[in-house]
Ligand binder design. Structure first.
Ligand SMILES: [Fe+2]
Length: 280
């Protein structure tokens, strides 16, 4: 295997690997190391079937059955990808948000339909030290876009269940907002990075509404500076494998009604760990 980075800190292509075949322990740990370093990895034209995709994903963790989308029967943790043309990390409102996603694009538009990724580590580390120390003390309220505080998510859960055939109670439980630290600690790298997105971070706890809005507007703009963002142009069969703790991603909805279909494996995470001293 070889690694070719796309930018110094974000995004790299893993070459000379056929992921249809089982990987060795050494290969898995090298890929894991590159994922920690580059935050999103790409494997070109792999064309995995469901079993192969599932096997590859599960080298890196346990499957998470997503409550809001149609899961692929017989393949827990595999689901069809949704259109999400805004920057987010998946399911940030959940108490235990997912760790990684591994998306294989099956059919791609002739032009357009790229996916963008933003680097939450490099942009966080570019903040001044007093600002980072300030953020490390804070928690925020995370709620999904469809969540309406007046109805408590009941309407959303009903609509979603009708669309996906899922269970209303399970969806309702999974859509409930949670508090998370604004800055999380990544044990594998010993570093901290902020973990906020305009799509999910509704407010900062303990600040006035005016302070919270001003701070979040600043962070949302800062984190999407072009120097922290890459854009992947898909070919059918490509795989993107990314860490939800250290990146945001967004589809680019520029392909009209052309087909763009992908299958995603989601890998379960755990409670975000608050910032720790001694890193960055
Ligand atoms: Fe997503």
């Amino acid at each position: 295997m070889e690694i070719k980075s796309l930018t110094p800190a974000l995004g790299a292509v893993v070459e000379r690997v056929d992921t249809r075949l089982p990987l060795s322990g050494e290969e898995i740990s090298r890929i894991r190391g590159w994922l920690m370093e580059y935050k999103v990895l790409f494997f070109r034209r792999q064309n995995l079937d469901y079993e192969e995709h599932e096997r590859l994903a599960h080298y890196f963790g346990e499957p998470l059955c997503e409550p809001f989308v149609k899961n692929i029967p017989g393949h827990p943790g595999l689901s069809h990808v949704d259109r999400t043309p805004f920057f987010h990390s998946d399911l940030m409102q959940m108490e235990d948000p997912p760790l990684f996603s591994m998306l294989q694009m099956k059919s791609v538009p002739e032009v357009g339909g790229d996916t963008m990724f933003a680097d939450l580590v490099t942009s966080y580390e570019a903040l001044s030290e007093p600002m980072r120390r300030f953020l490390e003390e804070l928690t925020g309220l995370y709620a999904s876009r469809g969540y309406d505080f007046t109805t408590g998510g009941a309407e959303y859960a009903k609509q979603r269940a009708a669309k996906t055939g899922g269970n209303v109670e399970e969806i309702l439980a999974a859509v409930q907002p949670h508090d998370h630290p604004l800055v999380r600690y990544i044990p594998e790298t010993g570093r901290n990075n902020y973990w906020v997105s305009e799509a999910f971070t509704r407010s900062v706890n303990g600040l006035t509404e005016e302070e919270s809005t001003a701070l979040l507007v600043f962070l949302f703009r800062h984190q999407l500076d072009p120097k922290y963002v890459i854009r992947w142009h898909w070919e059918a069969g490509d795989i993107a494998f990314w860490d939800h703790r250290t990146t945001l991603h967004s589809g680019v909805a520029d392909y009209g009604s052309s087909a763009r279909n992908g299958v995603r494996a989601t890998i379960a995470g755990g409670r975000p760990i608050p910032a720790r001293a001694c890193s960055n």
